[in-house]
Design a protein around this ligand. Structure first.
Ligand code: NAI
Ligand code: 5RP
Length: 298
């Protein structure tokens, strides 16, 4: 199969590499000429614009967008739209708001798949977990690509109609917020509590057989190892927040109580007050997403 990939940052580049590794062909484009050149060095065919990328695809186009959610997705679709036909398939693998994905699916001539992607840059070698919404035929058609980008056939599934993939990913992120909050609170108590504890050793011990072992807890272990027992100069400030806000808004609309997710979101908004748990959450975002870690002023 031949896949066009637009957006070659932390996540898009992994899509390129995994699809190439699986023996498919890739045509790649990014606004950054440097990112496009790097993908070409890895074996992709470089395109110098969205239109050029489309031209380089043989037969019906299969295109994966991995650009930042919001305006960049609309801008890319605007450039693609004059070329797209109903036999083409466009996948949006970013963290788009699900209602935007429904709108885009209705507006485009192509079959549109909204694909929630979990695993982050750190999960590059293992592959991602993919939650896909949109037409069944298009999902089936792209299955070889999903097999390559995901951990394997079990690492992706079609959730349902348009928007459902990004809806499930939105809730996933709400859960992620709550789990980070829970680990943050536990380690804050251990840090400020009665014993002088080695928190990396605690995390490592918990990760070996404990009920609460997890990848996020492995990232806690990594954070204490790399930053120190007191998290060094990691600032008490957590960035991000859009996907958690959407989750809470949707929960309010559906009248479903999500107090833990709401609390975790509030902590982010409240992160002007210095808190150890939030500093850990900030460092965990680096662990799973390679997001920037704001550092304390010297
Ligand atoms: N980093 C993470 O842990 C995860 C990120 N995501 C989502 O994946 C998407 C991409 O994220 P990252 O790769 O982390 O971002 P990134 O900032 O590392 O890369 C985005 C790339 O898109 C390019 N770009 C921006 N506008 C463009 C346009 N109009 N045309 C072509 N290229 C354009 C940029 O030059 C950049 O190379 C986002 O929606 C993000 O929320 C999803 C899951 C995890
Ligand atoms: O989707 C992700 C992980 O699953 C991304 O890392 C996302 O950026 C996390 O959300 P936030 O930026 O609000 O922390």
């Amino acid at each position: 199969m031949q896949l066009g990939v637009i957006g070659l940052g932390r996540m898009g580049r992994i899509v390129v590499d995994r699809v190439l590794d699986a023996g498919h062909d890739v045509v790649a484009f990014d606004l950054s000429a440097e990112a496009t050149a790097a993908a070409a060095e890895a074996g992709a065919e470089a395109a110098d614009s969205v239109a050029d990328l489309y031209e380089r695809l043989d037969g019906d186009a299969r295109i994966w967008l991995m650009v930042p959610a919001g305006d960049a997705v609309d801008a890319t679709l605007d450039d693609l739209e004059p070329h797209l036909t109903s036999d083409d398939v466009v996948v949006d693998g970013g963290n788009s708001y699900f209602e935007d994905s429904v709108r885009r699916a209705e507006a485009t001539d192509a079959a549109y798949l909204d694909c929630g992607t979990s695993g982050g840059p750190a999960g590059a070698e293992l592959g991602f977990s993919l939650m896909v919404g949109g037409p069944e035929w298009a999902y089936e058609e792209l299955t070889p690509v999903f097999d390559a980008v995901a951990t394997g056939p079990a690492g992706h599934d079609r959730m349902g109609a348009a928007g459902s993939g990004h809806y499930v990913k939105m809730v996933h992120n709400g859960v992620e917020y709550a789990l980070m909050q829970a680990y943050g609170e536990g380690f804050e108590l251990l840090h400020r509590g009665r014993y002088d504890l080695d928190l990396e050793a605690v995390a490592r011990t918990w990760n070996n057989g404990a009920v609460i072992r997890s990848w996020l807890l492995e990232l806690c272990e990594e954070a204490f190892r790399e930053e120190g027992n007191d998290l060094g100069d990691v600032a008490d400030r957590i960035e991000g927040g859009s996907t958690g806000t959407w989750t809470v808004q949707e929960a309010l609309e559906q009248e479903v109580p999500v107090p833990l997710i709401y609390q975790a979101l509030s902590e982010r908004f409240d992160s002007r007050e210095e808190r150890f748990g939030r500093r850990l959450a900030s460092r965990l975002r680096y662990g799973f997403g390679r997001h920037d870690v704001p550092r304390r002023e010297e």
